[in-house]
Each structure stands twice: as structure tokens, then as C-alpha cells.
Design a protein around this ligand. Structure first.
Ligand code: ATP
Length: 234
């Protein structure tokens, strides 16, 4: 397989805590990978190391075969890796439009514009000049995804986009994501909701205590098999 992203025997520590343990995985162009696992399994740490927000202690991250393990986050953004972080991390006092434009500072060349983002997330159209702090959770999440799109990513890393959102807001965010996915976006999605993860993804990787315990095409695994891997059942 010609992988867009390869992670090779990656170890990541938080001090003495070994959060990601010899993780290897690959994501092909156009593939949607769901990364699942219980709280503390290492999903966020893994995404952050791919994005360059957290340094790995061993192993490699490659984009299109090039080793990028030591590159800082802003250089990886220029190469096309965009992270939508857990908790959204918007600038609360900036408007929606300003939050989107912030991302253009270190971006890769490409087609995304504020209007393009508003086409994908029509819920933001009327909110363009509103401060981020005044938005609902779903609107903030849409803005955070839009901000990542503004960097013209080749690989979109989404960390728990439904966390803390009302069910209707989750539906709305996923409806918009479906537009992106239909256009062939390459995505790694951390999602607690297994049903949703299996619906969206081509492939599912489950982490347990920092290790990969399942890596399979979504069509080949049942919800029960993923649940067993999730809880480490034999
Ligand atoms: P969650 O669903 O709770 O976000 P996760 O699978 O994303 O879980 P991580 O957030 O990557 O897991 O955490 C993996 C381990 O690393 C956990 O034991 C967590 O407590 C620890 N950890 C995460 N971030 C830090 C940090 N900044 N400093 C110290 N330990 C951390």
C-alpha cells in the first residue's frame, strides 16, 4: 500500500508514563481511519505526535514516505497535516472568520477559503462576525474543523469532535463531515461512539493501554469485536 501517513513503532512518554507503546499503523490517501479505545488509551497522545504537538521518544512518523518525526508542528501543517484538537481550542475573543483566518499563517498552498468553509458548514454562515465564545458547542466544533480545513490539509486529524455536544449538534457536525468525506478527504478520527466510528470509517484501529490491539477493515469487524478489543477482553 502507498501510505500517505505511516507511523512506525512509535513510543511517546509523558514523563515516566509510557502513553503510546510501539504503535505502527498506516493510512492510505482517501482512507478514513477510526482510532478508538477507552479513556487514557493514548489516542490523543498519538494524534498529537503525528501533528507534532508532542515529541515521540522512539520510532518514526512519515508523510508520503518522508520522515517528519523531528519536525515542529507548524512545518507539518505546511506539509498538509491538520489537527482538530480535543476541546476545540478556538480563540474565544476572535470572530468565527478571524478564527478561520488565523490558520492561514502557516498553511499549505491550496483551495480552501472562508467562503468554502461556510459552504461545508452552512450553520456558520450567519455567525461569521460572532465571537467564538458566544457560539454553541456544535458551532464551535464546526469552526474548529473549518480552521483545520483552511490549512489545506492532505491529512485531517479529528480528536473527539462529538465530545460534550448535544445529540442534535453531533448529527449536524457529522452531516457536514460527510460532505468532506464524500470528496475523498483522508481522515484519522478519534471517536468514543463506536457505532458512529464504524459508520464513518473504512478501517478501525483500537488502542488499549497505548498498544494497537485491533487493526481491521471496518466492514470485517463487528461492534462486539471492537468492544472486546476496547476493554481488553480475551
Ligand atoms: P481520552 O479519551 O481520555 O482523551 P486518550 O485515549 O486520548 O484518552 P491520552 O489523552 O492520550 O488518552 O492519555 C494517555 C495517557 O497519558 C493517560 O494515562 C493520560 O493520563 C496521560 N496523559 C495525557 N496527557 C498527559 C500530559 N499532558 N501529562 C501527563 N500525562 C498525560
Amino acid at each position: 500500500m502507498n501510505a500517505l501517513l505511516s507511523v512506525e513503532e512509535l513510543d511517546v512518554h509523558h514523563g515516566l508514563l509510557h502513553a503510546v507503546r510501539s504503535v505502527s499503523l498506516a493510512v492510505a490517501e482517501g482512507e478514513r481511519l477510526a482510532l478508538v479505545g477507552a479513556n487514557g488509551a493514548g489516542k490523543t497522545t498519538l494524534l498529537r505526535s503525528v501533528a507534532g504537538a508532542k515529541q515521540a521518544t522512539h520510532g518514526n512518523v512519515r508523510l508520503d514516505g518522508e520522515v517528519i518525526t523531528a519536525l515542529p508542528a507548524h512545518r507539518r501543517v505546511r506539509l498538509g497535516i491538520a489537527l482538530v484538537p480535543e476541546g476545540r481550542k478556538l480563540f474565544p475573543d476572535l470572530t468565527v472568520e478571524e478564527n478561520l483566518l488565523v490558520a492561514t499563517r502557516h498553511r499549505r498552498a491550496g483551495p480552501w477559503t472562508v467562503d468554502g468553509v461556510l459552504d461545508v458548514f452552512p450553520m456558520l454562515r450567519k455567525l461569521r462576525s460572532r465571537r467564538a465564545s458566544t457560539l454553541s458547542g456544535g458551532e464551535q466544533q464546526a469552526t474548529a474543523i473549518g480552521r483545520a480545513l483552511m490549512t489545506n490539509p492532505r491529512l485531517l486529524l479529528l480528536d473527539e469532535v462529538s465530545l460534550g455536544l448535544a445529540p442534535l449538534a453531533v448529527d449536524a457536525v457529522y452531516e457536514c463531515l460527510a460532505t468532506l468525506l464524500a470528496e475523498g478527504a483522508t481522515v484519522v478520527l478519534v471517536e468514543q461512539d463506536l457505532t458512529r466510528a464504524l459508520q464513518v470509517a473504512d478501517r478501525v484501529v483500537c488502542l488499549l493501554e497505548g498498544r494497537v490491539v485491533l487493526d481491521a477493515p471496518a466492514a470485517d469487524v463487528s461492534r462486539e469485536q471492537v468492544t472486546e478489543a476496547y476493554f481488553g477482553l480475551p
